[in-house]
Design a protein around this ligand. Structure first.
Ligand code: G6P
Length: 604
């Protein structure tokens, strides 16, 4: 949430700062800005909306210097206009910030003799440092003193008029990395922003702050003690992902799924032994419970995993939304295994849940796509999904890779606990190995689903129903639709609809029913009929066997390839992704960067 980057060097920085911002745009795109010291004088350029707006402004009126900071914003406090865009200035100070300063109102009152220009929480940080400078403090003291006053979460980059060789930065609650260059130093919200500039990264720890000059860096801990932090070498910076011939990143990423699922599998399934292949430190044999915590789409992957772990491995699973987990003071046992599921590995609430469990002495694992992320570094065991960079804000390939990895983990748990025979183990491993091919087949329904989406896109609201492990896919289908088409949608357990929401069904209300031909098929079809008889417009998502048993009960039918029950939720996902995507395209929304969203949510 919000991306920041800074450079202190010996050549002009603006172009590189803007390039870094583009890599961080997934964190927010409400507005962006850059500030530099031009011959020692603070100058900035800012623009509402996406980074291309900033580029256009810079083209008209360029600002540059050999030291600078830049920001792409996901608005928390204050509407996303140019005034509220970072960098914020106060007197001699320019600042960019990611996070939320929780005590900003109190500080504003204390500094009521000063003029505040914005509605943001961030501006107080610039004023505080400027206030201390005015009282005669040296920049380093002013910065460290200001940090002590601020409560909440932050990653800061800060420059001071006249101080052309110093960038100040700090981290508490929001991620921040330093980059060590040749005669230049960098700071950035994540490795992604910096890998084009250097491969030598330092991840700041909680409460750390630092002063960067072109040729040196000094890190301090929260008590102002000088500290050393390890330099990590990141091999070869990833090139900016390209859309290729695809209209959107989301479409490209959906089409990558046969390959990305295959990559996930190579990590966790041994194709020769037809068995799971897990890191040695992941021992399921002694645990009493799995706790899966995540946000958004990743949480739905966790909900599917609950069915798998409980049905196949006989292990109890708690799944919770990360923002609720720690505040309900969960009862934890040291024999539990905590699994954070997160594409980015940075989501603030999921990270907080991980730390909460670590502190309670629970063994922690992080299932992530970004192996340089904070969660991957802090968890006892980092489990990669290897889906490659996901650029579309609405998660697709990361979700199916999370599902794949969790399925393999449940198989590992079943094996180590003796809950499956060797034959069953081979059967489940084989089902997983076949998944990429089935996903490829499901993607061939693209044109058919696109045609259905035309009528569907006229809807004001929709329901998604399923039973068993299809319930979380119903949730995910509804979420995908909401996120990118802005059509209101709800996912429900098919049996639950009659306990209230069925009152909303009227002539033509679209209901997407997920019903592969499994042991719950007939029950789901009964629920389908309950809504059909009340006028619902039914889109049935089933498989070849299911289609044979439903005749013309549905208005539209999506026939997926027949899959083993174990992996059926992964295959149904493809249908709901394509439906949401084509609906959004028909409606002309910004599919890859939908309004109000950000890909990585680093505030609570
Ligand atoms: C945001 C994204 C979602 C994502 C969720 C969790 O809301 O828009 O697509 O599922 O965060 O993100 P994570 O990186 O933790 O998986």
């Amino acid at each position: 949430m919000c991306g920041i980057i800074g450079i202190v060097g010996h050549t002009d920085v603006t172009e590189r700062l803007v390039d870094g911002l583009k890599r961080l745009e997934y964190r927010g795109y409400d507005s962006s800005g850059v500030a530099v010291l031009d011959n020692g004088t603070l100058k900035r350029q800012r623009a509402e909306g996406k980074i291309k707006g900033l580029e256009a402004k810079l083209e008209k009126e360029h600002v540059d210097g050999q030291i600078g900071i830049a920001h792409t914003r996901w608005a928390t406090h204050g509407v996303p206009n140019e005034t509220n865009s970072h960098p914020h200035f106060s007197g001699r100070v320019g600042v960019v910030h990611n996070g939320i300063i929780e005590n900003f109102l109190g500080i504003r009152e204390e500094l009521s003799h000063r003029t505040f220009e914005t509605e943001t929480d961030t501006e107080v940080a610039a004023h505080l440092v400027d206030e201390y400078l005015g009282q005669g403090d040296k920049p380093i003291d002013a910065f460290s003193k200001a940090l002590k006053k601020l409560k909440g979460a932050y990653a800061f980059g800060l420059i001071i008029d006249g101080h052309t060789d110093q960038v100040f930065c700090a981290r508490a609650g929001s991620p921040l990395a330093l980059g060590v260059g040749d005669g230049e130093m960098y700071l950035g919200s994540d490795a992604m922003a910096l890998t084009q500039l250097t491969s030598n990264l330092i991840y700041l720890e909680e409460g750390d702050w630092a002063v960067l000059t072109p040729t040196s860096y000094q890190i301090y801990d929260r008590d102002d003690n000088k500290v050393e932090r390890e330099v990590t070498i990141i091999a070869g910076g990833p090139a900016m992902a390209e859309k290729g011939n695809y209209r959107h990143f989301m479409l490209k990423e959906m089409y990558e799924q046969p390959e990305t699922i295959g990559r996930t599998l190579t990590n966790y399934i041994d194709e020769y032994r037809l068995a799971s292949d897990m890191p040695a430190e992941l021992d399921f044999s002694e645990i009493d419970r799995v706790i899966i915590i995540a946000c958004g789409t990743a949480c739905y992957a966790g909900m599917v995993a609950k069915y798998w772990f409980e049905q196949i491995a006989g292990v109890a699973v708690d799944v919770d939304i990360a923002s609720e987990f720690r505040y309900r003071k969960p009862v934890l046992s040291p024999k539990s295994l905590f699994i954070a599921v997160s594409q980015s590995g940075e989501t603030a609430d999921t990270l907080a849940a991980l730390r909460y469990c670590k502190e309670a002495g629970v063994k922690t694992a992080a299932l992530v796509n970004v192996m340089t992320s904070t969660m991957a570094r802090e968890a006892d065991i980092a489990l990669p999904i290897n889906a490659g960079p996901e650029i579309g804000v609405a998660s697709t390939k990361a979700f199916t890779s999370q599902l794949t990895a969790l399925a393999a983990l449940s198989l590992a748990a079943a094996t180590s606990r003796g809950a499956v025979s060797e034959d069953e183990q081979h059967d489940l491993a084989t089902a997983l190995i076949k998944t990429p091919r089935l996903v490829k087949q499901a993607l061939r329904l693209d044109d058919e689903i696109e045609a259905m989406a035309f009528e569907f896109s006229k809807s004001k609201s929709a329901f998604y129903l399923g039973r068993g492990s299809q319930v979380p896919i119903a949730f995910e289908g509804a979420l995908k639709l909401k996120e990118i088409s802005y059509i209101h949608a709800e996912g429900y357990a098919a049996g639950e609809l009659k306990h209230g929401p069925i009152a909303l069904i009227e002539d033509g209300t679209p209901v997407i029913v997920l019903a592969p031909y499994d042991e719950l098929f007939e029950k789901t079809i009964s629920n389908l009929q309950e809504v059909a008889s009340r006028g619902a417009y039914i889109i049935l998502v089933t498989d070849e066997n299911g289609a044979k048993h439903t005749g013309d009960m549905a208005d539209e039918i999506i026939v997926l390839p027949t899959a083993h029950d174990f992996v059926a939720p992964i295959i149904s996902t493809i249908a709901v992704q394509l439906l949401a995507y084509h609906t959004a395209v028909h409606l002309g929304t910004d599919v890859d960067q939908p309004r109000n969203l950000a890909k990585s949510v680093t505030v609570e």
